[in-house]
Design a protein around this ligand. Structure first.
Ligand SMILES: [Zn+2]
Length: 524
């Protein structure tokens, strides 16, 4: 009797553990997003604790260490923090100077390493976008040597979304700006496509910026200054130019090219910086494949471990817990590793799980890992990335970034269909999501990649929930453990991603970029 009862208990416990109810996933989120981890800022003690937790969980799930010391790969960073009180930005027009209010009118960015001072004329360069494949160049014909370019984020609608995103990346834009002799940039967000309200952009500018200490991976492109303008205060930059900011935004919203013109204005900037160095951790573990040949190939699963740490308080809370961004994605990796450890499928290829650091600082941990992989270069056949997948309502569809770039797109379509889940392409290319997370670091090294989020239809109540989430919780202390989350959705999402990883690990051939894909060039 006792024996039978025990067996039944064991059976039901096993069943429970296998049901995608999301509870195991949530357990990991609870640890990683706890106040004790202080928001897991890159280089912080909280991040170190989070990395130790992930390493221990990898070990418990039977993954082999794949760092440089155990599961850990250390990454070194330079840090820069703006000393706001000693810095200023002045707009000079017709001999009249107006000192801008930092935080309110504009912010000075420390993503590029700024010079202590700069005086330069300002030219409005449309989107400041160059797309050689489309013979599109906002910089063409302008005299930009020694100038600062002012631009509106985005690009004309006839340029395909992934291409538009790619050429808006700091690396690509920087290359063309450098060639044109530009010394500084001032970006204006399109007020209709802002994931973050201006106030939070302003608060986050007080956080330190980082760049990789590895000189080969630190790209500055000769830029001496970088800033962003509050779109609500952008009007004054265009006074007397014959153009208004509102008209330019209307053109951008209609997907049109923008006019380009000198502004008869210059800036005077003084920038004081406090510099430092930190070290942070990528965490990597391997589930070895079973095929004698294919086991030397790796399907990489990535999620960023870092978030924003402790910052400016909002509603009295200073800890930016990053529960959805991206404790959720790391929890998904751990959930998948554990469930594979239970079901023990014999996969042909190996799976390489990597929780990366420095994503919030510009995809830096993944950039480092993709440049210095802990497995043989060329052996990573795919990257499947999870970042802030937002399980806020039941899972009926997934939005897949990179869906039409490689045959990983066919793979997810097949797997999702078997799970009764619809697949949709990126519905909002203007948000640049394809280049905004770690899959992009692998794409740039030629590795076919996908990223997935819980999908919703335009105009649906679910869209409203997702948009409200962005407005109220994205990069805010309210992205914490006290928020409504759909656990079953998360559990089913993990299941789907695990099935995708298994399918890619077992297919006979390596995933391939489509011949039509722009990104295939990085593989050549
Ligand atoms: Zn983020």
């Amino acid at each position: 009797m006792i024996r039978r009862f025990t067996l039944a208990a064991v059976l039901s416990a096993t069943l429970l553990a296998n049901l995608p109810d999301g509870r195991r996933w949530w357990g990991h989120v609870q640890y990683l997003a706890d106040d004790k981890l202080e928001g897991r800022d890159t280089g912080s003690p909280g991040h170190r604790k989070a990395a130790a937790y992930v390493a221990a969980e990898f070990e418990r799930a039977g993954l082999k260490p794949a760092g440089t010391e155990g599961y850990i790969q250390s990454v070194r960073f330079h840090t820069r923090r703006l000393k706001e009180a000693e810095s200023s930005l002045t707009l000079v027009r017709n001999g009249e100077s107006e000192e801008l209010v930092l935080g309110q009118d504009a912010i000075i960015s420390t993503r590029v390493d700024p010079a202590p001072s700069l005086d330069a004329d300002v030219v409005f360069a449309g989107y400041a976008l160059t797309v050689p494949e489309m013979q599109y160049d906002d910089l063409a014909g302008l005299d930009l040597r020694g100038k600062v370019v002012l631009y509106i984020n985005g690009g004309p609608a006839n340029i395909p979304g992934p291409l538009r995103s790619h050429y808006q990346s700091a690396t690509e834009r920087g290359r063309f700006l450098e060639r044109a002799g530009v010394v500084g940039t001032i970006g204006i967000p399109n007020p209709h496509h802002m994931d973050l309200p201006w106030q939070r952009i302003a608060l986050s500018s007080r956080q330190p910026s980082m760049s990789l200490a590895d000189p080969a991976l630190d790209e500055q492109f000769g830029l001496k200054f970088s800033a962003a303008v509050n779109p609500e205060q952008a009007g004054k930059w265009f006074a007397g130019s014959g153009h208004s900011f509102d008209d330019l935004v209307a053109l951008a919203d209609a997907g049109k090219p923008l006019p380009r013109f000198p502004l008869h204005a210059s800036i005077h900037a003084r920038v004081a910086i406090e510099r430092g160095e930190v070290e942070s951790q990528n965490v990597a573990g391997i589930l070895p494949g079973a095929d004698p040949v294919l086991k030397d190939q790796f399907v990489v699963l990535t999620a960023h471990l870092d978030h924003l740490g402790i910052g400016e308080p909002i509603n009295g809370d200073r800890i930016y817990n990053g529960a959805m961004d991206n404790a959720s994605g790391v929890a998904t990796l751990l959930d998948i590793a554990e469930s594979l450890n239970e079901s023990k499928p014999k996969l042909r290829r190996s799976l390489l799980f990597v929780a990366v650091t420095g994503e919030e600082k510009g995809l830096l941990g993944s950039k480092y890992f993709a440049a210095h992989p802990t497995v043989k270069p060329g052996s990573m056949v795919a990257d499947l990335n999870v970042d802030m997948f937002l399980p806020l309502f039941p899972l009926h569809s997934v939005t897949v970034y990179g869906l039409n770039e490689s045959d990983l797109g066919d793979e997810i379509r097949t797997v999702a269909k078997a799970h009764g889940i619809r697949v949709q392409d990126d519905q909002e290319p203007e948000r640049n999501i394809f280049i905004r997370s770690d899959q992009y670091s692998f794409i740039r090294r030629g590795v076919p990649a996908l990223a997935m989020k819980v999908g919703y239809e335009k105009g649906s109540p679910e869209e409203k929930i997702a948009k409200t989430w962005l407005k109220e919780r994205y990069h805010a202390p309210a992205d914490d453990l006290r928020q409504p989350v759909d656990l079953e959705c998360a559990g089913r999402f993990d299941d789907l991603l695990r099935a995708l990883a298994e399918a890619v690990a077992d297919r006979p051939d390596r995933p391939r970029w489509y011949a039509s894909s722009f990104f295939k060039r990085f593989a050549e």
